[in-house]
Design a protein around this ligand. Structure first.
Ligand code: S3P
Length: 440
């Protein structure tokens, strides 16, 4: 996990070729463990992401008495205990780097009979939690953090919950999901209204477990008191992990890759929309629906990109892909402008600042703004960048090296394992000249 000095070294040049299956979807993997644990019966999961983040969720449910077999090659068997079958864990739940674990669990644990304490690494312990503790409090839950509203969190058990109708101030799937999971335990109806569409995996998966969720435009509602029935889940490859290869392939001359079995849920497809608008050659093939989620193979070829003003409605649909998209913008002809993306400042790092610093270190002309970035495309130089322990920033700069004029060294890369174990080997197999080592 973070704190280690894993260093990536990437030689300039090269291109990406071949058929690649990237790691399983992180968001769907988290939810498969959560809902599988709360269901009646045995849930079988394939394609599960064996990354530190989703394993943190898995270990949390084991600590609460759920028998979970695996993961073995992405295969997990969860012996559900029903909505009221969890037991108090011994000690604090350590959720590492995973914001999704902490925020979704806060809602789910608000409905239990026992108290739970949760903590994480330095990054997670500095992320804002009042966005969930305040609305959960309105439902009757007691979720307490530091005076600054950050973890460690204590969730008090035995609180009767009441459904609420909540208009979210920011577009956040984690907040929406946290409230819907608390709503399973609440009296009456819980409705969450979002300012813009965000990933809807929780709503889809609840329905897959036989729980009624009523979705009408930007409002999702459910009523407490139902039950979840175990099911099978096939986790598609993560479009957020595929995004690094999409950007790598469009920016590196002579590239032609096909990313297999990737989730293309319309609430996650912003990276494809934005790259296409920049001139990226991206083809969706074999579109199909697997277990309630749309999936496709995505063929990406080298393209001459041009700078654009990124449409604000695409921002929540590409929220995790901006580190990679900034690299694409640095390789485009002309200026790219992002605005309306202040949420990037409260991710695993402040992704506006850390990406701007890294791009500047490589000689790219960028100006961070309060809610985005202005990037003037041009030459990328070699040099050293610091990922700040942010998995997505590390992988984005690794791809940038293909267009750099010299070697790119990236510091603090161990957290790539939170979302994409095996990234280095997969990327090397596809043509990226990358090595990793324990640096000083
Ligand atoms: C996630 C929601 C997003 C995203 C995160 C995963 C989820 O966070 O950035 O990586 O699985 O619900 P926000 O809800 O904070 O936008």
């Amino acid at each position: 996990m973070s704190g280690s000095n894993l260093l990536f070294k990437v030689s300039p040049g090269g291109h990406l070729k071949g058929e690649i299956r990237v790691a399983g979807d992180k968001s769907i993997s988290h939810r498969s463990i959560m809902l599988g644990s709360l269901a009646n019966g045995v849930t079988e999961i394939s394609g599960f992401l064996e990354g530190d983040d989703s394993l943190a969720t898995l270990n949390a449910f084991r600590a609460m008495g759920v028998k979970i077999e695996g993961p073995t090659d992405g295969h997990v068997i969860v012996h559900g205990v029903g909505l009221h079958g969890l037991r108090a864990p011994q000690g604090v739940l350590d959720l590492g780097n995973s914001g999704t674990s902490m925020r979704l669990l806060s809602g789910l644990l608000s409905g239990q009979a026992f108290d739970v304490a949760m903590s994480g690494d330095d990054s997670l312990n500095s992320r804002p939690m009042t966005r969930i503790s305040v609305p959960l409090g309105t439902m009757g839950a007691v979720v307490e953090g530091s005076d600054a509203g950050t973890p460690p969190l204590k969730v008090k058990g035995g609180q009767p919950l009441k459904g609420i109708h909540y208009k979210m101030p920011m577009a956040s799937a984690q907040v929406k999901s946290s409230l819907l999971l608390a709503g399973l335990y609440a009296e009456g109806e819980t409705c969450v209204i979002e300012p813009a569409p965000t990933r809807d995996h929780t709503e889809r998966m609840l329905q897959g477990f036989g729980y009624e969720v009523r979705v009408d435009g930007r409002t999702a509602c459910l009523s407490g008191g139902g039950e979840l029935q175990a099911t099978r889940i096939d986790v598609p490859a993560d479009i957020s992990s595929a995004a690094f290869f999409m950007v790598g392939a469009v920016i590196a001359p002579d590239s032609d890759v096909t990313l297999l079995h990737v989730g293309i849920n319309p609430t996650r497809i912003g990276v494809v929309n934005i790259l296409r608008q920049m001139g990226g050659d991206i083809e969706l093939q074999n579109e199909r629906v697997v277990g309630g989620e749309p999936v496709a193979d995505i063929r990406v070829r080298s393209s001459q990109l041009r700078g654009i003003q990124i449409p604000e409605e695409q921002v929540p649909l590409a929220i995790d892909e901006f580190p990679a998209l900034f690299v694409a913008a640095a390789c485009a002809e002309g200026q790219t402008v992002l605005s309306g993306a202040e949420e990037l400042r409260v991710k695993e790092t402040d992704r506006i600042e850390v990406m701007a610093d890294g791009l500047k270190a490589l000689g790219v002309d960028v100006s961070p703004t309060a809610d985005g970035m202005v990037i003037n495309g041009g030459e990328i130089g070699g040099g050293c960048v610091d990922s700040g322990g942010d998995h997505r920033i590390a992988m984005s700069f690794a791809m940038a090296a293909m267009r750099a004029t010299g070697e790119v060294k990236i510091a603090d890369c161990a957290n790539v394992n939170t979302s994409f174990p095996g990234f280095v080997a997969l990327a090397r197999g596809a043509g990226l000249q990358i090595t990793s080592e324990n640096g000083e």
